[in-house]
Design a protein. Structure first.
Lengths: 253, 224
């Protein structure tokens, strides 16, 4: 622990205390929302208005400003969930457990959005809503993994036990995701894949790339907002008998 | 008692218990046979189509049969308290849990291997692919038991764990299904399948080493 500077350690110790976390995120929230709105506005303006139309795909390609960040988020959130779950499992930090389970529905939503926008784009481009392409298939399996996590959490009544179960499952999933991904890719290349998916990927122009990166960061902030809101509600629910919640409610009356 | 003696004692106990309740062996096997019989009825008597999809049918049915049999892995031990004894014993939980999984595979996985060639012939699979089919089942079904054990250990404390179990376990079965199904498909066409078999072996070895860890952790969690 001597490698980590003292203020950082203190920050994490304080964040692990529920009342402090609740108050801190309350103060943080408006800032997150403002940053998210600014980034989204800039990203959408750049992506939908400033960026030129693609010479092959016309304006249809513009769905990538939602699709690609969502697909990135779907993997990113699974990693966050597994790491937070692992921290909760090892050090029994209540807030890490809550962060892990609050991430799952947000991650599942991003995965779903990535699948839907992908198939909306696929219809005019490939002429079909769905191909059993490696990426589509592994994204679909990722959605099932998320649903498994959410379902398992819902099925266990004692929420502390449920958090530990979810953490174990998320860690098992993290080991499996690369294996699943590569096996699906391999499966696809062995079957004679549909040639439509073998389009050469043109390297992306900078005027298209900047809005894309802006949207990717905006989505990260959206995830923070959505996850923290869920975490705060979950925290209140679990700590409903604690003194600080009672104090807070009586104060606000 | 030494660790190896404890290991074999657990295997022997589970095998004796299974032989006393023979339905535990028969159920997954009958399910496997019935599901495979249903495919020709659903598709129609089209020999060429059946022959083409036979590897997929056999492997998907094996997957479902393995999943159906999972519940018996820890259920009765959970109800009668044997799981607590395993957790309390001085030996590492992971090793004893591995013994239980091996015993479970001997009871539910191995019988599939014995009937699979017969069913493959029913579906019109060429004879030269039967060896590869058996090899993939031999390498793949233990993985199904090992990965499935994680799902069962997580849900054994639940009263309505059955539905959630399929959601937890089936996505994790995907790699085995892909490589095993593909190997049999290639072998039917007379192509070499070394790569698939090697990957299946490595998946099996990885599962043997890694799977008992989350199983032990999940059992500890379920006992609480």
């Amino acid at each position: 622990m001597f490698l980590i500077p003292d203020p950082v350690v203190r920050f994490f110790h304080r964040m692990a205390s529920p009342p402090h976390f609740y108050a801190f995120t309350q103060r943080l929230m408006p800032w997150l929302v403002v940053i998210f709105l600014l980034l989204t506005a800039a990203g959408l303006y750049g992506g939908l208005y400033l960026a030129p139309a693609d010479y092959q795909q016309g304006d249809s390609y513009r769905i990538i400003y939602i699709h690609v960040p969502s697909a990135w988020m779907s993997l990113f959130i699974y990693m966050v969930m597994a790491v937070a779950g692992g921290i909760g499992l090892v050090w029994r930090i209540k807030l890490a457990e809550i962060v892990a389970i609050s991430s799952a529905p947000v991650g599942a939503s991003f995965t779903f959005i990535a699948l839907v926008t992908g198939s909306l784009w696929g219809k005019p481009m490939w002429g079909t809503w769905w191909v059993w392409d490696a990426r589509l298939t592994s994204e679909l399996i990722l959605l099932f993994l998320y649903l498994g996590v959410i379902g398992l959490y819902g099925a266990i009544d004692d929420k502390r036990t449920a958090s530990r179960a979810v953490a174990i499952l998320a860690l098992v999933g993290v080991v499996n995701i690369p294996i699943i991904h590569y096996s699906v890719e391999w499966w696809n290349t062995l079957h004679q894949g549909p040639t439509v998916t073998k389009m050469d990927k043109p390297s992306i122009h900078v005027s298209m790339l900047i809005p894309l990166l802006l949207m990717a960061i905006a989505f990260k902030f959206y995830y923070l907002i959505a996850m923290l809101q869920r975490a705060r509600t979950e925290l209140l629910l679990r700590e409903r008998n604690a003194q600080w919640v009672k104090n807070m409610i009586s104060e606000s009356k | 008692m030494s660790l190896s003696r404890a290991f074999f004692a657990v295997i022997r106990r589970d095998l004796v218990l299974a032989l006393r309740r023979r339905s535990e062996i028969a159920n997954p096997l009958l399910f496997f046979i019935l599901v495979i019989t249903l495919f020709p009825l659903g598709i129609g008597a089209q020999p060429h189509l059946l022959q083409a999809i036979a590897p997929g049918i056999i492997w998907v049915s094996a997957l479902l049969a393995a999943m159906l049999s999972l519940d018996s892995l820890f259920r009765s031990d959970f109800d009668d308290g044997s799981i607590e004894q395993i957790l309390l014993s001085p030996h590492p939980t992971t090793v004893l849990v591995l013994a239980k999984i091996i015993a479970h595979w001997l009871v539910t996985g191995l019988p599939l291997l014995i009937v699979a060639p017969l069913l493959a012939v029913f579906l019109g699979m060429p004879n030269h692919a039967l060896g590869i089919l058996l090899l993939t089942l031999l390498l793949g079904t233990p993985v199904l038991s090992l990965i499935g054990a994680i799902g069962v250990a997580l849900t054994v404390g639940l009263r309505r764990g059955g539905m959630i179990l399929s959601l937890l376990v089936l996505p994790l079965y995907v790699p085995v299904l892909i490589f095993a199904g593909n190997a049999v498909q290639m072998a039917s066409g007379g192509l070499p399948v070394d790569a698939q078999i090697n990957i299946l072996i490595s998946i099996l070895l990885m599962a043997l080493v890694l799977a008992p860890l989350p199983v032990a952790a999940a059992l500890k969690m379920s006992i609480n």
